[in-house]
Design a binder for this molecule. Structure first.
Ligand code: ZN
Length: 392
């Protein structure tokens, strides 16, 4: 993670949406002239792979401004949820949205994310919590034609819906027996995710969910140890989950487990910042122990309303002691691995899709360094411009 492979004085040749050559600028310029190709001048800039956001809840109809004010006033995440805010208030908004409204909401989020360099984004359902609505959310994610590519994940077990409050086991059985098979049948998601914590689903319930999801061929993901350590990491490793996400409350033994596994640790520092908390996930221990770490925005209307991976990188460096190189790896190739996209995303090399972003900086370390600045100048997806500072 500490060796991003920086080239200087170099250029790339792009043909039919793919990178066909990477090498010295003079050699590529000769080829460009011979092929009468269009030249994009990146001098004075840093070109990075299109950023990959591997954990988001980007499809939400509206911001949660009253939760925001309540939190500023001192209410906790749990108190806000208990007073009718939190995840369930977004579920209510989704239940009264049209299909077109959901698509527009997803497109808006993707536009914001792309304006900070993201070209591939995971997007979870989880605000329907009922088979028909979860399918509607996943369909909207498939249909949306935004500037970034979307990888949908089924998060049917995000929260316990009000109608199942007295019978959470029954809800898990319902999700395993009806929702997941429907999602698999219509091929609407590659991954299945569950929120496992004191205030959400138990480890036993998550194990049942993983069993059903694995049988149906889903890759497994889990919201693990955000607030409390109840054994979610152990479960993730046991089931060979592709990623265990959050990890703010993990124990040293979990760090060892993750380091010895193939499960990627996906860390979400903006949710810690935005909730006014101080316990960040132990990125340094994870990396030093040999774990693969990825970073993501967790873009959602409650705990992390940011579309910006550069901001996530800044926090990872300043608060979690990741180096700028590690942070860059964590939002490119490692994030691509957390979405099973290592062959096609997160790296610039010959033969790969020409998905890249130009930042208006001379050194990649400036991307996290200028905290809160949006220094993206241009981005290209499959060789076509999708973002230009000041408009395409
Ligand atoms: Zn999340």
């Amino acid at each position: 993670m500490s060796r991003p492979g920086v080239l200087t004085g170099s250029a790339m040749l792009v043909e039919n949406g793919r990178i066909t050559q990477v090498g010295s600028a003079s050699r590529i310029e000769n080829l460009t002239q011979a092929k009468k190709a269009k030249e994009v001048d990146a001098s004075g800039c840093v070109v990075v792979p299109g950023l990959v956001d591997c954990h988001t809840h980007l499809l939400f109809p509206a911001p949660r401004l009253s939760d925001y004010e309540k939190r500023i006033g001192g209410a906790t995440y749990e108190e806000i949820a208990a007073s009718g805010g939190g995840i369930l208030s977004t579920v209510k908004a989704v239940r009264s949205s049209t299909a077109a409204g959901l698509e527009a909401a997803a497109a808006r989020s993707l536009g914001l994310m792309a304006s900070h360099g993201t070209l591939l984004a995971e997007a979870k359902s989880g605000y329907g919590l009922e088979t028909g609505l979860e399918l509607r959310l996943l369909r909207a994610l498939h249909r949306v034609n935004g500037p970034a590519e979307v990888v949908p994940t089924c998060l049917g077990a995000h929260a316990i819906p009000p109608e199942w409050k007295q019978n959470p086991d029954g809800y898990v059985a319902h999700v395993c027996g009806e929702l997941l098979p429907e999602v698999a049948r219509h091929k609407l998601a590659e991954f299945a995710d569950i929120y496992c914590d004191d205030t959400a689903f138990s480890v036993e319930q998550a194990a049942r969910y993983f069993e059903a999801a694995a049988k149906l061929g889903f890759g497994l993901k889990i919201h693990a140890s955000q607030f409390s350590s109840i054994g979610a990491v152990e479960l993730a490793v046991k089931w060979g989950a592709l990623s265990a996400d959050h990890l703010e409350a993990i124990e040293p033994s979990d760090v060892e487990l993750l380091a010895r596994s193939e499960t990627i640790a996906v860390l979400l520092p903006v949710s810690v910042l935005h909730l006014g908390l101080s316990r960040y996930a132990p990125a340094r221990s994870l990396i030093d122990a040999g774990s693969a770490v990825a970073l993501a925005t967790d873009f959602n209307p409650g705990s992390s309303p940011t579309p910006s991976l550069p901001l996530v990188m800044s926090l990872a460096c300043a608060q979690m002691r990741m180096s700028p190189a590690e942070a860059l790896t964590a939002v490119t190739i490692n994030a691509a691995a957390a979405l099973r996209r290592v062959e096609s995303a997160g790296m610039l090399a010959s033969g790969r899709p020409a998905d890249f972003a130009l930042f208006n900086v001379q050194d990649y370390r400036e991307i996290p360094y200028y905290l809160g600045a949006n220094l993206l100048k241009l981005s290209y997806r499959a060789g076509k411009p999708v973002y230009r500072q000041g408009g395409i």
